[in-house]
Write a protein that binds this ligand. Structure first.
Ligand code: NAD
Ligand code: WQD
Length: 340
């Protein structure tokens, strides 16, 4: 298959590009590099030995995207990663989030319709489950979601899921898949590609990594009084190479119509457990202090990954210890990310 990756230079896109090429597919990337670097594409090429055509453009630029797709025809499928993803920022800049996230998705669907591409895989998020009731855990694809989510970022994911459902209902040839990622962590085992957050990171693993390397003084544990075994939040941390393999499986097994899959491990891990795993993997001290709960956080979120196992023949295989070791290798070899 020849697959267009929007946002393919980003964290999850770059790992998926490698997985697709290693599975025998061809990859094209469109990315405006607003949250990534062209160096990521060079590293994808180094790992795989493949040449990856790149369009440096906003995925809302329909003319540029149409030209790129036609130049590389036939393109068989799109994986739509491009978008903005910071929950807090989306509350401060809602219009920008709706514009970029919804706008890129609509343009991609228009370009697909005009060029005869009938398969799309979309980066959704477990954030669409909102604040799950304890009895709803583990979360299945049928668990309650809402449009009344706490932040515009999550709402854009729910809205795009519905746009895909409607598009698939209107066009019997369309194969549309929403992948609800849980918490992506880790890096490629080569140490050549990994997560490269813009500015100060918000997520736990990049923060732990910066504390371990000494560029942040310590980590705040956002609440130790949740109704969880050790009082800290429970999440389903999935290694990014497992996540990448889930995209390959989704494309290879896509069927007509619309489908949703959770991509998670099914294993809840607490904040304290992740800190300890990173401490062991890095061999560095990590100063951790209990702080108040962070606004908008949920106590627990973890997947029932059974549907992806049954229907995609995919399941996550790597442990959080492996994810910490791989993240740390990437961090040590690239202390300033792709700019280092
Ligand atoms: P990322 O920021 O590393 O990658 C996004 C890529 O899209 C970047 O390369 C960025 O430059 C590009 N981009 C942004 N706006 C663009 C535009 N208008 N046109 C073209 N390119 C554009 O993020 P990621 O972690 O790789 O996430 C990929 C997707 O997965 C996003 O849609 C995100 O919302 C979703 N997701 C991420 C997580 C997570 O925790 N990382 C969890 C669930 C879902
Ligand atoms: C994990 C746990 C925190 C930082 C977010 C988005 C979600 C998805 C993934 C895109 C929680 C705790 C964190 C810190 C801490 N992104 N924590 N100290 O919040 O589960 O998910 O990223 O779709 O939409 O909401 O991930 O890594 O920020 O937090 O104690 O400095 O770590 O409270 O329990 P989260 P996270």
């Amino acid at each position: 298959m020849r697959v267009l990756l929007t946002g393919g230079a980003g964290y999850i896109g770059a790992h998926t590009a490698v997985a697709l090429i290693e599975a025998g597919h061809d990859v094209l990337i469109v990315d405006d590099f607003s949250a990534s670097s062209p160096e990521a594409v060079r590293r994808i090429e180094t790992i795989t030995g493949a040449k990856v055509p790149v369009l440096a453009a906003d995925a809302r630029d329909k003319t540029a995207l149409l030209g790129f797709v036609r130049e590389h025809a036939p393109v068989d499928a799109v994986i739509h990663f491009a978008g903005l993803k910071a929950v807090g920022e989306s509350m401060a800049q809602p219009v920008r989030y709706y514009d970029v996230n919804i706008g890129t998705a609509l343009t991609v669907l228009e370009v697909m319709a005009e060029t005869g591409i009938h398969t799309i895989v979309f980066s959704s998020s477990a954030t669409v489950y909102g604040d799950p009731a304890p009895e709803a855990l583990p979360l299945t694809e049928a668990s309650t979601t809402g449009i009344d989510l706490a932040n515009p970022y999550g709402k854009t994911k729910r809205m795009i899921e519905e746009i895909l459902r409607d598009a698939a209902a209107a066009d019997p040839r369309l194969q549309a898949v929403s992948l609800r990622y849980f918490n992506p962590v880790g890096a490629h085992p080569s140490g050549l590609i990994g997560e490269d957050p813009v500015g100060i990171p918000n997520n736990l693993m990049p923060i732990l990594s910066r504390v371990a390397i000494g560029s942040m003084p310590g980590v705040s544990i956002y609440g130790d009084d949740y109704d969880t075994p050790d009082g800290t939040g429970l999440r389903d941390y999935i290694h990014v190479t497992d996540l990448a393999a889930g995209h390959v499986a989704s494309l290879e097994r896509a069927r007509d119509g619309y489908a949703i899959f959770n991509l998670g491990t099914g294993k809840p891990v607490s904040v304290l457990e992740l800190i300890e795993a990173f401490r062991l993997a890095s061999g560095r001290p990590i100063t951790a202090t209990v702080a108040p709960r962070r606004a908008g956080d949920v106590a627990s979120s973890y997947a029932d990954p059974g549907k992806a196992r049954r229907e995609l023949d995919w399941s996550a295989e790597l442990s959080i210890d492996q994810a910490c070791a791989d993240y740390w290798r990437w961090q040590e070899r690239n202390p300033a990310g792709y700019r280092g």
